[in-house]
Design a protein around this ligand. Structure first.
Ligand code: ASP
Length: 447
């Protein structure tokens, strides 16, 4: 078993997890799985998150202080942001193209869509949250919960256009360090700290850099240690997720997918296009890495992204894979990946574009070109604003629906299949980060 590489062991853990959840569902043991196996999955996510904040802090400081030239830092920063933005816009566009061609929303019966349309008209007249009638079976998000999600999303919307810059600057770094959602603030502090190290005298800087280096190595080692248990933890995670979805009645899961099947397939297909076509092509064109090399190098990070649904939790492993297997320099890994995990979510933006158009189609609402362009813009922004945690993309979808005048409560329609789509879009988010960091690193080597 030990001779098998880690990603194979993780795959075996995943397959066993799916098998176990099916068996336990058939034997009526789902509650046992939820009580006694699933908690190990939560422990795994906690362990990864525990490492993520200090690792980001020390690796960004290390990355920045090793650049030692502010204009070089600016150049890498601009290249990174440009590449992230381009891949996100490309991804939204692929999503829009697919959903407009395949039209998953039109698969629903005409009567149902007409009924949906009436509910929509009533809602747009009232501009109140819909009463939920006309939703597909499987709708299980309460109105209170949707309202809370809307309030969360509105916090992002009603602010000044400069609010995102204000939000970048922490007023108390110790508070930010205690909050996993404050990754951008921590990155800001780390960049500031790293630049200041460059500005102080060499004599004073050397011990600080040595300490940061050593701490960084400790946290990287922690990743290796935690990953030793990854196959088992992934088994626990997957069996827990499926058992919670299915309970003791597996047919329930199939029922949910029946209504939302074509929509889910369009999202899968779009995400697969990004992972299996776009990123490998970009990698080959810009870095010369072959298909096999690329996937072998980042497979462990992809598996973890799939199992945890969180780019933030996966970040320590992504950094390890990109540095050790793809050969990206530490200074680029430490700078580009933590930013990417927080702002670059190609999978999330693609899913948001497909979801909005699908929901419009099933309510017989035609979206014109301006509205579709609004989707490109808001889905890009909403994916930047999404935290790198499970279901964040679903909450931010409210902003995109709002922007094109659709009912935010419709998120409850797609909620039943969201977890599985979240697992897949997180793989895309992580693969996109790995691709951009390799491209930025290569472009630095060429200059
Ligand atoms: N779970 C995703 C991530 O962590 C975000 C989302 O789309 O919900 O990357």
């Amino acid at each position: 078993m030990n001779s098998l590489s880690l990603h194979w062991r993780i795959i075996i853990g995943m397959i066993l997890g799916v098998f176990w959840s099916i068996i336990s569902s058939l034997l009526g043991l789902s509650q046992f799985t939820i009580n006694w196996i699933s908690p190990f999955g939560d422990i795994f996510i906690n362990l990864l998150k525990l490492i993520a904040i200090p690792l980001v802090l020390f690796s960004v400081i290390k990355g920045i202080s090793s650049i030692s030239n502010i204009s070089l830092l600016g150049r890498i920063g601009l290249k990174t942001l440009f590449a992230y933005l381009m891949t996100t816009v490309l991804s939204v566009s692929i999503g829009l193209l697919l959903v407009n061609c395949i039209k998953p929303g039109s698969q629903i019966s005409l009567e149902q869509r007409q009924a949906n349309h009436l509910v929509y008209q009533k809602w747009s007249a009232d501009e109140l949250l819909s009463d939920g009638s006309g939703f597909l079976p499987g709708d299980n998000l309460s109105k209170e919960k949707i309202k809370q999600m809307k309030i969360d999303a509105d916090k992002h919307k009603n602010n000044s256009p400069l609010q995102f810059i204000v939000d970048l600057v922490p007023s108390n770094i110790f508070l930010s360090l205690t909050d996993n959602k404050s990754m951008l603030k921590i990155i800001f502090f780390a960049i500031f700290f790293g630049i200041t190290i460059v500005l102080i005298s060499k004599k004073e800087a050397v011990p600080v850099i040595a300490m940061v280096d050593a701490l960084n190595s400790v946290f990287l080692k922690m990743v290796d240690v935690v990953m030793l248990g990854a196959p088992f933890f992934v088994f626990a995670l997957l069996s827990g997720v499926i058992s919670k979805l299915a309970g003791d009645d597996l047919s329930g899961v199939l029922e949910i997918f029946k209504g939302l099947g074509v929509y889910s397939l369009v999202v899968f297909f779009g995400l697969a296009t990004m992972v299996f076509l776009i990123y490998p092509i970009l990698m080959y064109l810009f870095t010369g890495k072959t298909y096999k090399d690329f996937f072998q190098s980042i497979a462990s990070a992809q598996m973890l992204a799939f199992s945890t649904s969180s780019s933030a939790a996966t970040l320590p492993v992504t950094m390890d894979c990109v540095h050790s297997n793809l050969g990206v320099s530490k200074r680029v890994t430490g700078f580009v990946l933590p930013i990417g995990a927080t702002v670059n979510m190609d999978g999330t933006s693609l899913y948001q574009a497909v979801a909005v158009v699908f929901l419009a189609q099933m309510h017989m609402v035609d979206l014109n070109l301006t509205q579709q362009l609004t989707i490109v813009f808001t889905a890009t922004m909403a994916s930047i604003g999404s935290a790198a945690v499970p279901s964040a993309g679903l909450i931010m979808l409210i902003i995109v629906l709002d922007a094109v005048g659709l009912n935010p409560a419709w998120i409850s329609i797609i909620f039943p299949v969201d977890r599985i789509l979240d697992m897949c879009r997180t793989v895309v988010n992580v693969t996109g980060d790995a691709t951009v960091s390799s491209i930025v690193d290569q472009s630095e080597k060429n200059t």
